[in-house]
Design a protein around this ligand. Structure first.
Ligand code: GLU
Ligand code: MG
Length: 443
């Protein structure tokens, strides 16, 4: 992302023939929202004077306290490359504020900022590199998504079997034009499944990037007559889509997870961070894996984790330590999925890891065997617990984790819980294909 000032933006809007600016923010369930303004209003917007009606946004405010203001983050300015030509469109990510000038506690971006402030007080910067997977499906004659892929390819395959190659190429080019550094893009294991990895960034930028990424993938797929979905498990019996989350803490520009003298080249802080993640893994799953459908991915046999364990290499564990050391030393959490609200998910990951550091926790022994191949008795003997098996179980676990609840804050926590339990109840009482109808388009 750029490091634009208000003045730069005023100039760019004029020079680049920008006619519309979309002011974007995210609701508590991770849906990107926006209000478009014309270029004539850009100065007003940059002076934080654009108002929205928060009572109409899921999980925001009640009707009698509904006025809120959008404070654009100038660093997030980007011209949307697919809306090129005369009268271009740009976007700005925004923070949501109350009329009295205080940050609105229900703004997910604000929740992450609060967690980052805590890290900064301890001297840490939190860096995150996500790996978002998604499916490209064909649409029917009415333009509605199907679960047909028209694609027989598998992991790392090339065209012509990989029908998604051209779309992926367009997505990568568009993201680069918006300032992303794309590190890799490839076909994933399942037919119609893809992954595009972009360079790690500080957590706030990473979360903004995930929102931009989802919007870009969906838009460009649509331009190719396809439907992109981040629904975690759209098709039974094949791999689902994860969002492996690579995390590291830096202090004074140095990766504190790396210690050449430490066991496996990892520092005590790194081990404590892992222990903190494990201690709160069950409590944060309702946020990292937010849908009824998320729990259909978290089953043995499809490269998705379901057991609470860590390992330096074993991909069946919840937490893995990729081989890179030095500045690239990182902890990979494997359960998050790309339907999550990235601001809330990263806030909880950070809070959990920092709790491990502050309490000086040490993780249980590394599990090097394939956990999927262990029987239940062996798991019990090794003290390996499960991730929650359903959205309902995950919500209960969140409700019991006071630290995760306080990281979400007293506004978001009850509304999130209530929304997810409602979703669970709706699912339990539907006889039709509720999940596909509800999730395929929204996520
Ligand atoms: N798609 C797998 C998942 O659900 C991950 C595959 C991989 O290792 O990239 O998490
Ligand atoms: Mg992958």
């Amino acid at each position: 992302m750029g490091s634009y000032t208000k003045k730069d933006i005023m100039r760019l809007v004029a020079e680049e023939d920008v006619a519309f600016i979309r002011l974007q923010f995210t609701d508590i369930f991770g849906q990107l929202k926006n209000v478009a303004i014309t270029a004539s209003q850009v100065e007003k917007a940059l002076n934080n004077q654009i108002m929205i009606d928060g009572s109409s946004i899921e999980g925001f405010t009640r009707i009698h306290e509904s006025d809120q203001y959008l404070y654009p983050d100038p660093a997030s300015f980007a011209i949307l490359p697919w809306a090129a030509g005369a009268g271009r469109t740009a976007r700005l990510m925004c923070d949501v504020y109350n009329p009295d000038g205080t940050p609105f506690v229900g703004d997910p971006r604000g929740v992450l900022k609060r967690a980052l402030k805590r890290a900064a007080e301890l001297g840490y910067t939190f860096n995150v590199g996500p790996e978002c997977e998604f499916f490209l499906f064909e649409t029917d004659e009415k333009g509605r998504p199907t679960t047909r892929t028209g694609d027989e390819a598998g992991y790392f395959d090339l065209g012509p079997v990989d029908h998604g190659e051209l779309v992926r190429r367009d997505i990568c080019l568009a993201l680069e034009q918006m300032g992303f550094e794309i590190e890799a893009s490839h076909h994933e294991v399942a037919a119609g499944q893809h992954e595009i990895d972009f360079k790690y960034a500080d957590a706030l930028t990473a979360a903004d990037n995930i929102m931009t990424f989802r919007m870009t993938v969906k838009t460009l797929a649509q331009n190719h007559g396809l439907h992109a979905t981040f629904m975690p498990k759209p098709v039974f019996g094949i791999n689902g889509s994860g969002m492996h989350t690579n995390m590291s803490l830096f202090r004074d520009g140095r990766n504190v997870f790396f210690d050449p003298e430490g066991e496996r080249g990892l520092s005590g802080e790194c081990y404590s961070f892992i222990a903190g993640l494990l201690a709160h893994a069950r409590g944060m799953t309702a946020v990292t894996n937010p849908l009824v459908n998320s729990y259909k991915r978290l089953v043995p046999g499809y490269e998705a984790p379901c057991y609470l364990a860590w390992s330096a290499s074993n991909r069946s564990a919840l937490i893995r330590i990729p081989a890179a050391r030095g500045q690239s030393t990182r902890v990979e959490l494997r359960n998050p999925d790309p339907a999550c609200n990235p601001y809330l998910a990263l806030a909880l990951c950070l809070t959990a890891g920092l709790d491990g550091i502050e309490r000086g926790l040490t993780p249980p022994a590394e599990i090097t065997e394939n956990i999927f191949a262990m029987d239940a008795a062996a798991r019990l003997a090794n003290g390996i617990d499960n991730l929650p098996g359903s959205l309902e179980e995950a919500v209960y676990a969140l409700n019991q984790d006071a630290l995760m609840a306080s990281a979400l804050g007293e506004h978001v926590f009850p509304r999130y819980l209530e929304g997810k339990l409602r979703e669970w109840d709706e699912y339990r009482t539907q006889v039709t294909d509720w999940e596909t109808a509800r999730y395929m388009i929204r996520y």
